[in-house]
Design a protein around this ligand. Structure first.
Ligand SMILES: [Zn+2]
Length: 311
């Protein structure tokens, strides 16, 4: 499957332009804090190099996507890039491509490589045979030797927009929770882990239910007992805070399809500001090792109070 969201970025547009104008270096280094985003973008760039339409259906595209293209070799063979990987690459650059005219080396997560391995690769990067391309991606440019950097074309990948993240999640997971979109901060890997993390989603649903359905002091007790479970307590506080943040945007009409719609009458912006203060207090109490049950009780009771004062 082609990642359309990445195809629509300025980054990819610039890359296509470089190809068109024949300004592409034989060694590209993609830099992105999020490995999943970098990996997928690198795949897309290789697809484009071998199939101008990036059709996703021709035999070249299918082989690249399934990792079976004989002229696209992926390293490292194990977890980290080692001297042995660099040696294999050196040998392989001298073997002619089998299917087309180009030979491509993808070097995944290159920040996880030893200086020795990087040094060993240097010579190959300096004088590669014709039609050999290197696509290296890294999450951390600081861990790359200056000599390697100077021999590659460094391209920094920007964050994606929330709408791109949303459409990516819908395609990849069948649904996109607003919270996963927001928490992803523009990175595909983060988006996926938030969307797939069941405890995260359960905590999100709990927070939404607290905001929507908590009406009596009896409710407070039952919600507080769920909320005060020891595991992930601090995350739960953050998620609750994010939900109130989301609620503000929903109230302003900036978010559609949120589980927090229709609560304008119960929480205005002043109410939410006071609730933020209470959440901050709860965070301090948590850091001071106060009893989780007591923190949750007083926080949720406080939220209920603010909600009634608002009415
Ligand atoms: Zn194709």
């Amino acid at each position: 499957m082609i990642d359309e969201e990445l195809k629509n970025t300025k980054f990819f547009e610039r890359y296509c332009l470089m190809l068109d104008e024949d300004k592409l270096s034989h060694a590209i280094m993609v830099v992105c804090k999020d490995g999943e985003t970098a990996r997928r973008m690198t795949t897309l760039m290789v697809l484009k190099l071998l199939c101008d339409d990036v059709c996703g259906e021709c035999s070249s595209c299918v082989k690249v996507l399934s990792g079976t293209h004989p002229d696209v070799l992926v390293f490292p063979e194990k977890d980290n890039f080692l001297v042995s990987d660099a040696s294999r690459i050196q040998e392989e650059t001298n073997v002619k491509p089998l299917l087309g005219e180009k030979k491509v080396f993808i070097l995944n997560n290159f920040s996880r490589s030893t200086p020795q391995a990087q040094n060993k690769l240097l010579k190959t990067l300096e004088e590669p045979p014709k039609n050999v391309y290197f696509f290296i991606w890294t999450t951390d440019l600081n861990s790359i030797l200056p000599t390697i950097k100077s021999r590659t074309q460094i391209l920094e990948l920007e964050r994606l927009s929330d709408s791109a993240i949303e459409s990516f999640l819908k395609r990849e997971c069948g649904e996109a929770s607003p919270l996963a979109v927001k928490s992803a901060e523009g990175y595909l890997g983060k988006a996926l882990s938030f969307q797939k993390d069941e405890s995260f989603m359960a905590d999100y649903k709990l927070a939404v239910s607290i905001i929507r359905d908590m009406k009596t002091s009896k409710d407070v007790l039952s919600y507080a007992s769920k909320f005060s479970e020891k595991l992930n307590f601090e995350n739960r506080l953050n998620i609750l805070e994010n939900c109130f943040d989301e609620l503000l945007f929903v109230n302003m009409g900036d978010v559609e399809g949120s589980a927090l719609e229709g609560l304008e009458a119960e929480y205005n912006q002043f109410t939410v500001a006071k609730i933020f203060e209470r959440i901050n207090l709860a965070k301090k109490q948590f850091k001071a090792n106060c009893n989780l049950g007591l923190i949750a009780d007083s926080l949720l009771l406080g939220i209920l109070e603010e909600k009634y004062l608002c009415k």
